[in-house]
Design a protein around this ligand. Structure first.
Ligand SMILES: [Zn+2]
Length: 450
């Protein structure tokens, strides 16, 4: 077998983003063919999956044939355990990545350190292309587990510091000011809460670069971040186990991380939809040999784009992510309610009565709305919001509003506003794979873009 294709730091930062589409495609094809053979020969999970589906590798002549392969997802990979890992590599020597499961609990996946480094460097690239430099003062809103995984360069030379969502907003703001940070990056939800706190105090903190990641950047969140930090947020769309999928450049476009990642947008059957149309995101990582992720289905809704960008990065573009399908909550009749709706339930009462919130869906007709009251909280406004939820979900549903001290974080230290307790099987049954639900989702998306 030929050498594995690990891009160098120079490739990642400088060479690859300048390659034109044809050159990139030719390299992707070579890496893809190697990855397929590797997965079939060295990873029992894929061999079994493809054998059972009756696929022979001879049929997969190019990336155009990718959609002939079955899709995988987080649940199937985790269930496969060590069978999803490259045989012959001791799992104990691999590094762990902590990610959240469908039900919100933390799960762990493994990958060799060399490959985690490629993922980390591509993340750095997105910051670098937006003007971040190691000698800037960089502050990261991070999960505790991630803060222990700094590379030696970052630890030794870069001026970096961490803040954690579990710290009080007071402490977080204090760190921000004492460290005099120029760039701020990390968890979208945590950064949004920090922005809201600044605005609540009537303050701002001007930044050079603001780079949220890890959750869908809702329009309301983008507006608050822009106002509090006096700069346009540069969103990065990715997943812990994949790394960056696409990221916003200086021109505001989302570039696919195309030297590392094949991105498909597919319909409910897993077939690619035409460029420009929305569907679910399916990714294949080209350098993930120890834990191959081939046609890895994410429950996100987005589209690809044929447009080009003037920023100098030649990677192709995709549209923004409209939301995670897991954030679309089903009504008792199987229609899907967009997360945007839940972010806007207080719009008509003028100003939100709550500081923090999350909604937990126990069953399609039963929910709990947890909230931390705003200083100017009033019960009537809260009731108005709950009525809006009841009306949207079809009247006869049970929504309980519960005041809490603070909104708890997920086990891997993230803030999330939308929690589904429906089990994955029922989610798959009622959400994207259900035609009726899919129709409901298309309506939601149409409503969002109108
Ligand atoms: Zn660009």
């Amino acid at each position: 077998m030929e050498e594995r294709f690990y891009p160098s730091l120079i490739d990642i930062l400088f060479r690859n983003p300048r390659k034109d589409a044809a050159q990139l495609r030719a390299e992707n094809e070579k890496q893809f063919q190697y990855l397929l053979r590797h997965a079939y020969e060295r990873v029992p999970y894929y061999r079994r999956l493809w054998d059972e589906a009756g696929i022979s590798l001879g049929e997969i002549k190019s990336i155009n044939d990718l959609s002939k392969l079955p899709m995988v997802d987080k649940e199937t990979i985790v269930a496969a355990g060590n069978d999803a890992l490259e045989q012959g590599v001791d799992p104990e020597t691999m590094d762990t990545m902590s990610t959240s499961g469908t039900s919100g609990r933390a799960i762990t996946m493994r990958r060799v350190i060399k490959e985690i480094r490629v993922v980390r460097r591509s993340y750095l690239r997105s910051l670098f292309k937006n003007g971040a430099r190691p000698w800037h003062r960089n502050l990261t809103m991070a999960s505790t587990w991630l803060s222990n995984k700094k590379g030696w360069f970052i630890s030794k030379f870069a001026k970096t510091h961490h803040i954690f969502p579990k710290d009080s907003l007071d402490d977080q703001l204090k760190t921000l000011r004492e460290f005099k940070t120029q760039n701020l990056m990390g968890q979208t939800g945590g950064l949004f809460l920090l922005a809201r706190e600044l605005l609540r105090r009537g303050e701002t903190y001007p930044l050079n670069i603001l780079a949220p990641t890890g959750a869908t950047l809702m329009p309301q969140m983008r507006a608050a971040l822009r106002e509090a930090f006096c700069t346009e947020p540069r969103d990065l769309y990715g997943a812990v186990e994949l790394g960056a999928i696409s990221w916003q450049c200086k021109a505001g476009n989302y570039h696919v991380d195309a030297d590392r990642m094949l991105v498909e947008i597919v319909d409910t059957e897993g077939k690619p939809v035409p460029v420009g149309e929305t569907g679910q995101v399916v990714c294949t990582t080209l350098h993930g040999y120890s834990l191959p992720l081939i046609r890895y289905r994410l429950r996100d809704v987005a589209s690809l784009s044929n447009e080009t960008c003037s920023c100098g990065v030649k990677f192709p573009l995709m549209g923004p992510v409209h939301g995670r399908i897991n954030d679309f909550l089903p009504t008792p009749t199987g229609e899907l309610v967009s997360p945007h709706f839940l972010y806007h339930i207080f719009d008509h009462v003028g100003g939100s009565p709550v500081k923090e919130w999350r909604i937990i869906q126990h069953a399609p007709d039963r929910m709990t709305y947890e909230y931390v009251p705003e200083d100017n909280f009033n019960q009537a406004a809260l009731e108005g919001g709950m009525d809006a939820i009841r009306e949207r979900f079809g009247g006869n549903i049970d929504v309980k509003a519960v005041q809490v001290e603070s909104v708890p974080m997920t086990p891997n230290g993230k803030r999330t506003c939308i929690v589904s307790e429906l089990n994955p099987e029922s989610i798959d049954g009622m959400r994207p794979w259900d035609k009726e639900a899919q129709a409901g989702m298309s309506e939601e998306l149409a409503a969002l873009s109108s």
